[in-house]
Ligand binder design. Structure first.
Ligand code: ADP
Ligand code: MG
Length: 257
């Protein structure tokens, strides 16, 4: 039975999409069957995996509106990895959902139909706490939280945890924290080191020991429509995401996280 994991942090620019694309693709390369679901109207995971957002027959919007999810699944450039892409129409879904019955459960209902076909399903969340994010969290077994190594790293984390608690209480009581990924680490600064220590104190035992450095190749690869493993597998960013994928699977299979 596939495990559904939301990549969630309501702050923008913290590395959600970069982590989604690269962690998913390395997990697929380790032999797991992976689906990535783009639920962000910006569609950065979609374009980052070389899928043209403007040429989609079906997208996550249609899935939320009730079409069979199989129809929207596309293969990616990565073996073992599929995608349900996003288009700008998703921005409208946020509003259209408001009037629907059972509006928090649309993604859960859709993914339950295809969950069995995958080992892992990763949902790339938008940078907001709206209905799309609530749908993603309601559908998920766990949450993976990327946090950027910056001065305000923990700002907004209280709100993030409140949202998780709220969803747990009212919509999905089995939602867990899968782990916390520190991203855009700059080893030249004491600040980055201090931020990691502070986040480790806050999330006791949930922070992956693999830390993702700031790496220019990671920022370049989406414009080529490729995950880092196919763009430049020898760069530092690639090595770290590969290591993170191995750590992720080890801990997940041990049941520690
Ligand atoms: P989010 O999805 O949380 O908004 P992104 O993954 O899109 O964040 O990252 C924000 C920006 O930072 C993007 O331009 C991305 O290419 C860049 N970026 C993300 N991670 C790294 C990294 N480790 N090193 C360098 N640039 C990065
Ligand atoms: Mg994003």
């Amino acid at each position: 039975m596939g495990k559904i994991i939301s990549i969630f942090n309501q702050k923008g620019g913290v590395g959600k999409t970069t982590t989604n694309i690269n962690l998913s693709s390395y997990i697929a390369s380790l032999g797991k069957k992976v689906l990535t679901v783009d639920i962000d109207p910006q569609g950065n995971t979609t374009s980052g995996l070389g899928v043209d957002k403007n040429e989609l027959e079906y997208s996550m919007y249609d899935v939320i509106m009730g079409i069979s999810p199989e129809k929207a699944i596309l293969n990616t450039v990565v073996e073992n990895m599929d995608i349900i892409p996003a288009s700008v129409e998703l921005a409208g879904a946020e509003i259209e959902l408001t009037a629907k019955l059972n509006r928090e459960n649309k993604v859960k209902e859709a993914l339950s139909k295809i969950k069995d076909k995958y080992d892992y399903i990763f949902i790339d969340c938008p940078p907001s706490l709206g209905l799309l994010t609530i749908n993603a969290l309601t559908a998920s077994d766990s949450v993976l939280i990327p946090i950027q190594c910056e001065f305000y790293a923990l700002e907004g984390v209280g709100q993030l945890m409140n949202t998780i608690q709220l969803v747990k209480k009212s919509l999905n009581n089995s939602l867990e924290i899968q782990g916390v990924v520190m991203s855009m680490f700059d080893g030249r600064t004491n600040l980055s080191i201090e931020v990691v220590e502070e986040v480790k104190k806050y999330f006791k035992g949930k922070v992956y020991s693999t830390i993702i450095p700031r790496n220019i190749r990671l920022a370049e690869s989406p414009s080529h429509g490729l995950p880092i493993m196919l763009y430049d597998k020898n760069c530092r960013g690639a090595e770290c995401y590969k290591e993170l994928a191995e750590e992720f699977i080890d801990l997940d299979e041990d049941g520690d996280y």
